[in-house]
Each structure stands twice: as structure tokens, then as C-alpha cells.
Design a protein around this ligand. Structure first.
Ligand SMILES: C[S@@+](CC[C@H](N)C(=O)[O-])C[C@H]1O[C@@H](n2cnc3c(N)ncnc32)[C@H](O)[C@@H]1O
Length: 262
């Protein structure tokens, strides 16, 4: 992880220099997003409860069996829970952004690919008022810990956890849903599968569906994947936050790609 960050450092410095703030955006829609979502650093007591769950896992002595389906290939291994949490869960800065996206746009049908231990799912669900978050995790033991975490918090019933590999679980879920209002793609950071999930999700998307892609600079192929997504005919507005990319389909917008400082 350190190595990856070090490799990305020059690019990240370039991002910090050239990325715009809300005042550099001429699009009223993107300005509204920047003002009310990106830079609206609201605090919420519920964050405390979620961070307590993270802290408990970080100080646990449990060893967890991992079925790894990620970009590094399929394998099984055991690893200490704190190490897995520190490596994979969104940090509070990005998790709070996901919360604010859900809180502001209020998707009723939200999907997350990559539950892990449920930290980002809890943040997103905290932002939903009438919505439900369907979150998919392939690693059984990890999913069990997430399920336990969801039951610790009152709004856990806004989350439906599905255990399965994305390739199978996502099409099966989509078959049962009338539409998708929001999707956070945070698992299997490789190009072809990510594009495949995007196309599947697009089949149930509408004008106001929002997509959030994590780790758009994870690798050269993820960067390529992000470029393909930006150029997709259904995509109108994208917002590049360096580590995360946000996609809007709103056909009334000009096709434009923004890089915003975050
Ligand atoms: C980066 S973690 C997700 C972190 C989580 N969203 C959070 O911030 O709390 C990615 C998760 O996706 C799962 N995953 C990766 N590829 C998968 C696949 N093809 N099918 C099912 N689960 C997968 C991994 O087991 C891992 O738990």
C-alpha cells in the first residue's frame, strides 16, 4: 500500500495543483454537488457509533479466513482482523463522503459491491431515509463479521447483505430490482470485471442514477477502466477525486469531466 502511494505521489501532487474547488466549476449541477455534498462537512453523532465498531475490530485479536476474489487473484488465507480492516475499509473521510452522497440524493435502491466488514455500508445506510442498501460480499467469514456489525446499529435493517461472488450475485439481485438509483463499486479492482458490473448496473439505471467507483488509480488497468467509463455513451458528468470517481448519467448535462480537490 505504501509502495502504491509512493508511486502515485507525483500524480497526486499534480492533482492537488490542478484540481478545482467549487469556484472553478461553471456547471450549476456540479457546483451544487461541491457545495452541498463534497465540501459540506456535516458531522453526525451516528459516525461515532460506526467508528466505535471500526475501533473494536482494530483492537480485536481474531484471525479471519479470507476468500480473496480481488484483482490479486483467487486465494484463501487467514489474516488478523485489524490488518484486514486497516487495509480495506474506507477511511472516515471517504466514508463520510459516501454518507453525504446518500443523504443528499436519497437513493431508494442502493447497491454496494464489496461489503468487507461493513464500514462503508454503515455510513451509506446512515444517510438513507427511505432507501435500502444491498451490499454484496464474496468472502463468507468477512460477510459474517459484517452481518454482526449491521445488527449492532439500529439502522442496520436498511442494509441487506448478500453473500456471493459479484458475477453471480449481481445479475441475480438486479433481476429482482425494478431499478438502481445508486451504486458504489468497491471490489475486484480490475478493468474487465469492473466494466462488466458497470454495464449490468446500467441496464437498471435511469437519468438520476449515481455511480461511485473506488480506487480509480489502483493500477494502470483501473486508470484505463476509468477512461472507458468517462467516455461511455451514457455517461454525462464525471467527478474525479483522485482516489474515487463519481459518475452521473443526467442527459440534460453537457458531457464534461471535472477534477475536484478533496
Ligand atoms: C475494498 S473491500 C470493500 C471495503 C468496504 N466497501 C468498506 O469500505 O468498508 C472489497 C471487498 O470486496 C470483496 N470482493 C472482491 N471481489 C469480489 C468478487 N468478485 N465477488 C464478491 N466479493 C468480492 C472482497 O472480499 C472485499 O471484502
Amino acid at each position: 500500500m505504501f509502495l502504491k502511494s509512493a508511486i502515485l505521489l507525483p500524480e497526486y501532487i499534480g492533482y492537488l495543483i490542478f484540481a478545482k474547488s467549487r469556484h472553478g466549476t461553471h456547471s450549476p449541477f456540479v457546483y451544487d454537488f461541491a457545495e452541498n455534498v463534497l465540501y459540506n462537512r456535516i458531522d453526525n453523532a451516528i459516525f461515532y457509533d460506526i467508528e466505535l465498531i471500526r475501533q473494536k475490530m482494530l483492537s480485536s485479536s481474531a484471525l479471519i479466513q479470507v476468500d480473496d476474489f480481488g484483482a490479486s487473484g483467487k486465494k484463501k488465507y487467514k489474516a488478523p482482523l485489524p490488518r484486514l480492516v486497516a487495509r480495506s475499509s474506507k477511511n472516515s473521510k471517504y466514508a463520510k463522503l459516501l454518507y453525504r452522497i446518500c443523504r443528499y440524493y436519497q437513493p431508494e435502491i442502493a447497491i454496494e459491491l464489496g461489503t468487507n466488514f461493513g464500514i462503508s455500508a454503515l455510513y451509506q445506510a446512515a444517510g438513507l431515509t427511505n432507501g435500502k442498501l444491498f451490499t454484496i460480499e464474496g468472502s463468507r467469514k468477512i460477510a459474517e463479521v459484517a452481518f454482526f456489525n449491521f445488527n449492532k446499529i439500529g439502522f442496520g435493517e436498511r442494509i441487506q447483505l448478500l453473500h456471493g461472488v459479484f458475477d453471480k450475485a449481481l445479475p441475480a439481485l438486479l433481476e429482482q430490482l425494478p431499478r438502481v438509483d445508486y451504486a458504489f463499486i468497491d471490489g475486484n479492482h480490475s478493468k474487465e470485471p469492473t466494466l462488466q458490473y458497470f454495464e449490468l448496473l446500467l441496464s437498471k439505471s435511469h437519468n438520476d442514477t449515481i455511480f461511485v467507483f473506488d480506487d480509480i488509480r489502483w493500477s494502470a488497468e483501473m486508470q484505463e477502466c476509468w477512461e472507458i467509463i468517462k467516455n461511455h455513451e451514457r455517461v454525462k458528468v464525471t467527478i474525479d477525486l483522485f482516489f474515487m470517481g463519481i459518475v452521473f448519467l443526467r442527459q440534460q448535462q453537457d458531457k464534461e469531466h471535472f477534477v475536484l480537490r478533496f
